[in-house]
Design a protein around this ligand. Sequence first.
Ligand SMILES: Cc1ncc(COP(=O)(O)O)c(C=O)c1O
Length: 394
Amino acid sequence: MERFASALEMVEAKKPDIPVLAARPHAAARAARWFVKNFPGEVAYAYKANHSVFLLGALYGAGITQFDVASLAELEDAATIPGVRLHFMHPVKSRTAIRRAYHEFGIRCFALDSEDELEKIVEETSTADGPAKDLELFVRISVPAKNSRIPLERKFGIAGQKAAKLLVKTRLAADELGLTFHVGSQTTTPDAFVTALSDIHKLIVKAGVVVDAIDVGGGFPSRYTDSEPAPLKSFFDVIKAGMDKMPVTEHCRLICEPGRALVAEAESLIVRVDARRGDELFINDGGYGALFDAANLGFVFPVKLLRPGTESEPLKPFELWGPTCDSIDGMKGPFMLPASVREGDYIEIGNLGAYGRALAGGFNGYGRYLEVILLDEPMYTMYGDDDVQRSSKA
Ligand SMILES: Cc1ncc(COP(=O)(O)O)c(C=O)c1O
């Protein structure tokens, strides 16, 4: 993989004809080190956020050896990493996926949110000797989303009396019983975790079960041009406070499984402007590519024009269009760029490491990327001096 000191150096050297995914493994490693040091429990990585081998290697090297996988395909890939411990946390899995995960890949940790799924897991992991005795089962609880960009509670999770009943049944089948939830991706304030932990506290009391593990999921935020979250430390503080009161065994494990917060700032996309029409720029990647979240969820990623001499020009707002012929392939932004931006220019679009590469498809024959490594700093960080200052003030 070619390495460059910066995106500008890369475009000057390569004049790339296709969009470029530019990984910054050092940024993923820094995020991982910070999580491992500061989170008051175990840190797993949500593999779905970005599967670049360079970023996976950086996370692993920085001490993250547990991964949350959501499909058999992710599991097969992640299982090639030596010594990794995998959690299969999708609450709805095919029978084949459960069977192969348990018998072929040695996975013991599964999530579920219904009695049907519990039955499937028990059936597919049984052997001639009877039901498996080593299952780690996590019941996914539905908790309210607060200040989350992508709420996840409607699709998965169980709550109330039904959840208490499922916890009792799952306890009977599990060697280790856990509860898990997800407050929604890009949750910008810690109060969602306060509510979630208080809800599961009440649920554990109601069910009267012994709980061995609590997985607080992902949802930890990153920085975007239109999103300035609370410091990550403030999330950890409320999680620790909620766990200190939790009616669980002394040895109860606390786990988190962030995706976004570990990799968002570790990858940029570099695009070329193929046409300018007023304040609209037609670029060579878009909503069917790595800019899915900009097109469909309105994320405003940071942008930088890669043309020397334009740094001090006044900025003006631009809208972006992707390369496919579909008219929903557009990104409103606004994306602030120097007024002189023109056809042939390259733009770095930063903090795209989470759900950028991961969501890119091949519509209209696009979807091919050059890949490089950049050695400079990401456009925004949650982990630099700036954030250390912000967290000590909080
Ligand atoms: C079960 C589970 N865990 C973790 C994550 C990672 O979430 P985030 O990227 O918001 O940290 C997701 C994201 O969809 C998820 O579904």
